[in-house]
Design a protein around this ligand. Structure first.
Ligand code: PHE
Length: 458
């Protein structure tokens, strides 16, 4: 039954698909609101540090594991470490995919609904009034039916792209969507900086005040580094498994990381220049992008168009990431269970869609039933995945490379697509060790805080 594995059509296509996975709601929705409520620049610094020190080795590590084995996470770990418990790291990834996509797709639905709202009303009634916009947003997300409708459309689109395969679905759409995202962000950024008072927002984002930093914002920054690079759940292993031997995985990894970071910072500039120009509250929280920006667009020349495009692009960014999450689950059933692509996608896309319905209901439609540990099911899934599942998955992947698979074999695979000799073994060992130690301490600190009420450090 050996069918030929699907592969990317070109290096460019792979880079766009992988950066499409990385660039998503994490960059444009989560990063700005997290930075806004955690001291702005101080948070940005820690986030950049985590990306460089922890993110890069694990990103490249995932690509290498995927390309070497030509399998999605469970099969990949099984192949490299036969008859061992390592395959459970792969299962943890599949579980994380379920968890993340359930709430991710709800927010994806919000972006669709806001695109529609922008197109039909131009946000006229929100002009200059964050209170009205914020009430409208809150009543929308806590409504029982409306957000579910949009969430299901969003999930339907994910399913449709994934059914079309690696080249015909994922790569094809990423090639269209990624360049559009970049162009629009540049335009909106220039617009933001030239708003009167806009530069204050840039300062907020880039001039750190370390007094604002707490241990919990460090945990948040680390978790976010994993989330934004799509690490710790095998997405990049899966995407790497569709690569041929001719690719340079190190330069690809660096390029994807740079694209992801630049886009997050650009989104931050777009949002904070606007927030400061309007005198709004940067610590507004998760609703930031949905409550502040719609008040600005109607005040700008051509705002109707920009508003529509902005939310449409946010939707596209969400979609290029959501498909990569669904692909992890789909690929598991294709690789390990021999299912057809369409069966795996329809079945699991639908199940995740149903979990997402509960997630959406937990925001107000049906709260009594759906609260876990005193927070909504929605927030619970978000915290569980970004604070624990992804960092733990990423740390185990790094431990796997260092202790089980071994750096020499790992480097042998990397050197396949590389011209020069690359970094010496010892440097790579040190890089992975640092990543492991950092993640370990940050997670341990968080767990101690949860159980004892006070962190070890911070
Ligand atoms: N990286 C995506 C974002 O920033 C989210 C994501 C997480 C995608 C994990 C795949 C896996 O929005």
């Amino acid at each position: 039954m050996v069918e030929k594995r699907e592969h990317w059509g070109s290096r460019f296509g792979f880079i766009l698909a992988a950066s499409g996975s990385a660039v998503g709601l994490g960059n444009i929705w989560k990063y700005p609101h997290m930075a806004g409520s955690n001291g702005g620049a101080a948070f940005t610094m820690i986030y950049l540090l985590c990306i460089a020190v922890v993110g890069l080795p694990i990103l490249i590590g995932e690509f290498v594991i995927g390309r070497k084995t030509q399998l999605s996470p469970v099969g990949a770990f099984e192949k490299l470490a036969q008859k061992s418990w390592w395959k459970y790291v792969g299962f943890l990834g599949v579980a994380s995919a379920f968890v993340i996509l359930s709430f991710y797709s709800v927010v994806g639905g919000w972006t669709l609904r806001y695109t529609f709202l922008a197109l039909t009303t131009g946000f006229e009634s929100f002009a200059g009034n964050p209170d009205i916009a914020s009430d409208a947003f809150n009543s929308f997300v806590s409504n029982a039916w409306n957000p579910i409708f949009w969430h299901l459309i969003f999930m339907g689109l994910c399913i449709w792209i994934i059914v079309n395969g690696v080249k015909g679905g994922i790569e094809r759409w990423s090639k269209v969507m990624m360049p559009m995202i970049l162009v629009l962000l540049v335009i909106l950024m220039v617009r933001g900086i030239t708003l009167p008072g806009g530069m204050e927002g840039v300062k907020f984002l880039f001039l750190p005040k370390f007094s604002d930093l707490t241990a919990s914002s460090v945990v948040l920054a680390l978790g976010h580094a994993f989330f934004t690079l799509s690490l710790g759940m095998g997405t990049m292993i899966t995407y790497g498994s569709y690569l041929g031997k001719d690719q340079n995985l190190v330069t690809s990894g660096i390029l994807i990381l740079v694209i992801d970071t630049i886009i997050a910072l650009m989104a931050g500039v777009v949002i904070f220049t606007t927030v400061f120009a309007l005198g709004a509250d940067p610590g507004e929280g998760p609703g930031l992008i949905f409550t502040i920006l719609p008040t600005i667009f109607p005040q700008m020349p051509g705002g109707h168009l920009w508003g529509t495009l902005f939310f449409f692009l946010l939707f596209l960014a969400a979609l290029t990431s959501a498909i990569s999450i669904l692909e992890v689950v789909t690929a598991y059933f294709i690789d390990q269970k021999g299912w057809s692509r369409s069966r795996a996608t329809y079945v699991f896309g639908s199940i995740i869609g149903i979990v997402g319905v509960f997630c959406s209901l937990s925001l107000g439609g049906f709260t009594d039933f759906s609260t876990v540990f005193n927070i909504s099911f929605f927030n619970f899934l978000d915290y569980a995945s970004s604070k624990y599942m992804l960092p733990i998955g990423g740390m185990l992947t790094a431990i796997f490379v260092l202790y089980r698979w071994g750096i020499p074999k790992f480097l042998e695979e990397i050197r396949e697509g590389q011209k020069g000799k690359g970094l010496p073994d010892i440097v790579v060992k040190v890089l992975f060790s640092i990543a492991i130690v950092v993640v370990f301490f940050i997670i341990a600190n968080e767990i101690v805080e949860v159980f004892t009420g006070s962190p070890l450090i911070g």
